[in-house]
Design a protein around this ligand. Structure first.
Ligand SMILES: *[C@@H]1O[C@H](CO)[C@@H](O)[C@H](O)[C@H]1NC(C)=O
Ligand SMILES: *[C@@H]1O[C@H](CO)[C@@H](O)[C@H](O)[C@H]1NC(C)=O
Ligand SMILES: *[C@@H]1O[C@H](CO)[C@@H](O)[C@H](O)[C@H]1NC(C)=O
Ligand SMILES: *[C@@H]1O[C@H](CO)[C@@H](O)[C@H](O)[C@H]1NC(C)=O
Ligand SMILES: *[C@@H]1O[C@H](CO)[C@@H](O)[C@H](O)[C@H]1NC(C)=O
Ligand SMILES: [Ca+2]
Length: 518
């Protein structure tokens, strides 16, 4: 209701359609299709859906019937509580009824006849559903507000409980905590648990009846007075750790620890005026549906989100059966102003975390796993390529390029896994050589071979790298005689070389001719 009121009052045009629908059928260039939006149910009066339990047993007045008086009229004790007479009974359900014609109806406890034993009562409200508070919790007490009480909450249907707010006429004395007001909290302490003295001091039982958990004031820390800047609140709800949870409950428990004392000390001679009486508990909130539902209905005794975006569960907290390959994600209020549905759980299962980049106003996946990268983990990291036959959410969608470090220019490859090769290298991974090249820490042009670069003078070609020349010859192809004019001993060899030369040249021409013929 709060959001709604705020929007209606201050930004009607903006409010239109804001989170009201989860999807719409739109026509694009590619034909009609669904477009998905972040969405949430409207705020409701949650007291209409609550189950209540009052402890300890026997704490409700009227069994046996009992007389009581009030602080205003302490010696006129003619009022009676009688559980067996409808007009005089004060059962717990009267905390949640509609009060027609101004008739105040209330739950009432037994009186403090056992003083000095403390008069303790627990009122536990359960929804069996996560609820996000959107406005103050307001508890209305008749005959005076308790001088000491605390509010607790549960987020797991009553398995674990946490303090929510402390209330006392003297916080230090009752709880050893300094008194604080929500108005004094700052953006960094907006979810602090405080003790307040604002609702526990005696002000006359008719004048001040309400005890609050101030949700509005906490929102106002971000959204400003009158909650004009809801965008800022939404941004904070997404990014500030624990803030969303602070406003989320499945159960509430009021622990009533000391009744109203009428502004003075306990008067033992008249204990009939000390008791608790609660006429209304107003809890305004919306079903928590993780921004995947805009409807929440009461079915089989519990509230349930009507989940969209292929999610399911009470809070739309998981993917539907056949959509599990994608990891579930909550919708987000970001980017502003319309949020994102995260309908496709947009990191394709490669990341569990998204973060909001303020200055770009985009939501992006964080720490993409499985060698993916990109805003939605939809690309492969450098050095990897996409397996064309695998789905984008497959853990093995990105395959390592595996380029040969020496043969390739870098470790990147194209979409079919081909690396970019250095001169002379070949093959998808550049670990082969082109014809006429040989591999030795990379590809080098052949020095010798059996075709064109034949070793001469009886030399043999070793791995295309060099000619092994017979004694007396040198040169790359053994084409040179080791003998020079000074070395007379070599004359015979030199003559062999000379006599061989015409033969070699003719052989070379023959080879060339053969090549040209082909
Ligand atoms: C109220 O609940 C608390 C737990 O939150 C428990 O310790 C306490 O005994 C309860 N009091 C009564 C009167 O049932
Ligand atoms: C709580 O709600 C769930 C889901 O709607 C339902 O299955 C379960 O029975 C409910 N539990 C109680 C105690 O009402
Ligand atoms: C959900 O599933 C239906 C098919 O059952 C599909 O048409 C739709 O696009 C899916 N996605 C969302 C976000 O709802
Ligand atoms: C590509 O993905 C398909 C389907 O998941 C798989 O069968 C195949 O082995 C993958 N190819 C490689 C090279 O990993
Ligand atoms: C990748 O490179 C190889 C070799 O250059 C080429 O045959 C192939 O077509 C390229 N693939 C793409 C998708 O560009
Ligand atoms: Ca009532």
């Amino acid at each position: 209701m709060l959001y709604l009121v705020a929007f209606l009052l201050h930004c009607l045009p903006l409010a239109m359609g804001h989170y009201d629908i989860c999807k719409s059928w739109v026509t694009t260039d590619d034909g009609p299709s669904w477009e998905f939006y972040a969405c949430q149910p409207k705020a409701m009066r949650m007291k209409d859906y609550v189950t209540v339990r009052v402890d300890p047993p026997g704490i409700t007045c009227g069994d046996p019937p009992e007389r009581f008086c009030t602080h205003e009229n302490p010696y006129l004790c003619s009022d009676e509580c009688d559980a067996s007479t409808p007009d005089l009974a004060h059962p717990p359900k009267l905390m949640f009824d509609k009060e027609d014609e101004g008739l105040v109806t209330y739950w009432q406890s037994v009186t403090w006849s056992r003083y000095p034993e403390p008069l303790l009562a627990n009122i536990t409200l359960s929804w069996n559903k996560s609820i996000e508070l959107t406005d103050d919790i307001v508890v209305t007490f008749e005959y005076g507000r308790p001088t000491v009480m605390m509010l607790e909450k549960s987020l797991d249907n009553g398995r674990t409980w946490h303090p929510y707010q402390y209330y006392a006429d003297d916080c230090m004395e009752a709880f050893g905590m300094p008194a604080r007001r929500v108005k004094d909290l700052s953006t960094t302490s907006a979810n602090r648990i405080i003790c307040t003295e604002e609702y526990s001091r005696w002000a006359g039982s008719k004048k001040e009846k309400n005890v609050r958990l101030e949700v509005r004031d906490r929102f106002a820390i971000f959204a400003g007075q009158d909650l004009r800047n809801m965008d800022n609140l939404y941004t904070r709800l997404e990014s500030a750790k624990g803030l969303k949870d602070f406003f989320t409950v499945t159960d509430l428990r009021m622990r009533l620890l000391r009744p109203a004392l009428g502004g003075t000390y306990v008067q033992r001679e008249n204990l009939y005026k000390y008791f608790y009486a609660v006429s209304n508990i107003e809890v305004t909130g919306r079903c928590k549906c993780n921004l995947h539902a805009n409807l929440c209905s009461f079915k089989e005794g519990s509230l349930q989100c009507e989940c969209e975006h292929n999610t399911t569960g009470q809070d739309c907290g998981k993917c539907k059966k056949n959509f599990r390959t994608r990891s579930w994600r909550a919708g987000s209020y970001l980017p502003l102003p319309n949020g994102s549905p995260n309908a496709y759980c947009e990191c394709y299962g490669h990341s569990n975390r998204c973060s909001y980049i303020d200055f770009l106003n985009v939501v992006t996946c964080v720490s993409c796993k499985h060698n993916t990268r990109g805003q939605h983990c939809q690309h492969c990291r450098l050095g990897f390529y996409r397996n064309g036959s695998a789905e984008l959410d497959d853990e093995n969608v990105c395959i390592e390029c595996n380029c040969n470090q020496i043969g390739s220019l870098h470790d990147r490859c194209n979409e079919t896994g081909y690396c970019e090769c250095r001169e002379g290298a070949a093959g998808p991974k550049c670990d082969d050589c082109l014809p006429n090249y040989y591999w030795r820490q990379g590809c080098f042009p052949n020095v010798c071979d059996e075709e064109l670069l034949i070793c001469q003078n009886g030399g043999t070609c070793y791995q295309n790298q060099r000619c092994i020349c017979p004694a007396g010859f040198k040169g790359i192809l053994c084409e040179q005689s080791k003998c020079d004019s000074d070395n007379k001993a070599c004359n015979s060899a030199s003559s062999t070389y000379l006599s061989l030369t015409p033969f070699l040249i003719s052989a070379l021409i023959l080879q060339l001719q053969r090549l040209l013929d082909f």
